[in-house]
Design a protein around this ligand. Sequence first.
Ligand code: NAD
Ligand code: TDX
Length: 342
Amino acid sequence: MNIFVTGGAGFIGSNFVFHMLDTYPDYRIVCLDKLTYAGNLSTLAPVMNNPNFRFVKIDICDREAIYKLFEEEKPDIVVNFAAESHVDRSIENPEIFLQTNILGTQVLMDACRKYGIQRYHQVSTDEVYGDLPLDRPDLFFTEETPIHTSSPYSSSKAGADLLVMAYHRTYGLPVTISRCSNNYGPYHFPEKLIPLMIANALADKPLPVYGEGLNVRDWLYVEDHCRAIDLIIHKGRVGEVYNVGGHNEMKNIDIVKLICKELGKPESLITHVEDRKGHDMRYAIDPTKIHNELGWLPETKFADGIKKTIKWYLDNKEWWETIISGEYQNYYEKMYGNRGTI
Ligand code: NAD
Ligand code: TDX
C-alpha cells in the first residue's frame, strides 16, 4: 500500500506519519509538504532514513508537480492534512487559506481522478459546524449538524468539504471526511493555545487569554486522532463523514490554570486580552457514529494527555525554542504586541 500524507511535516500529519510507519511495516508513506512556517523538517528527522518513507517538498496547489508525483508514485490512498490551520492568521489574511485549503484540495482530487485511487481522505474540523451555546450542555455536533462557519479558516475548510462531497457525487471519487475536535500533543506549533501557554509560562511571560477565557474546546490527544483516521481509511464507508472527538470539554481559562499548576508557575501570569473576532463559544463532538461503525474510542484522558504533553515540551525544548526564536517572533509581536489587555 502506498499512502500519500500531505502536510506531514506539520503537527497532526507528522504524528500520523509516525503512527503509520510504526503500525504498518509493509506500507510506503510519502509525505508531501510545502514547508510553510508551520512545516518543520526536523520533526521528520527520526524517519528520514526509513526505507518505507519518502519526503517531497511540494505545494498541493502546484498542479503540474502534483500530477508528476502521482504518475511516479501511483498512490493507493491520499490523506490530506495540508492546510493553513490557524484561525487568528485567517482573520488577518484569508486569501492563502482559500488557496491552500480549497484550491489545493481540488488539485489533489483532480490528480486522484486522473490517476485512479482507492481512497481520498479529507482531514476536516468540527469548526465547520460553527459553535454551540454555553448554556446548552446537552447539545453536540453530529454529522447531520448543518455547516455554519464563523472564521475565514472554518469557511475554507467547509468549502473544501463541500467540494469533496461534490467530487464523490459527480465523479464517483471514493472519498471520506473526518471532522475532528481540537488536538493536542507533541509537535503542536507554539502559536496554538496549549503549546503557546507552556512556552510562555516557562519563560515567565504573560499568558494571553482571549476575553474571559470561558470558551470551551473538546480536546483530543493527537494519537487518538491518528488511530481514528487509520480506521476510517481502512474500514470507513465511502462517501461518509465521521466526527472524531472524545467528550473532553474544557474552558480555556481552566486549561491555562492547569498548565500554571503543572509547571509551578503563578496564575498572576494570566493576562486577559482582547477577544478573537467572531470567537466560537463551544465545540463538542458526538462520536457515536465512529464508535458504533468502527469501534473507535479515545484512549487518552485529558488529565493524562496534558501531563504527557507538558513533559514532551520540557524534554524537547530545542524543537520549539528554535521555532519561537525565528520568524515566529515577528508574528508574536504583531499579533499580541498591540492587543489591548482587558
Ligand atoms: P499545521 O499547521 O501544524 O500543519 C499544516 C502542514 O501543512 C504544515 O506542515 C505545512 O507546511 C503544510 N502545508 C500548508 N500549506 C501547504 C501547501 N499549500 N502544500 C503542501 N503543504 C502545505 O496543522 P495541523 O494542526 O497539523 O492540522 C492538520 C490538518 O488537520 C488541517 O487540515 C487542519 O485543518 C485539520 N485539523 C486540525 C485540528 C487541530 O486541532 N490542530 C483539529 C481538526 C482538524
Ligand atoms: O493566545 C491565545 N489565547 C487564547 O485564549 C490563543 C492562541 C488561543 N486562545 C483561545 C482561542 C480558542 O478559544 O484558545 C482556544 C484554542 O485556540 P487555538 O489553539 O487557536 O485553536 P482553535 O481556534 O480552537 O482551532 C484549533 O482547533 C480546530 C485548530 O487550530 C484548528 O486548525 C482546528 O480546526
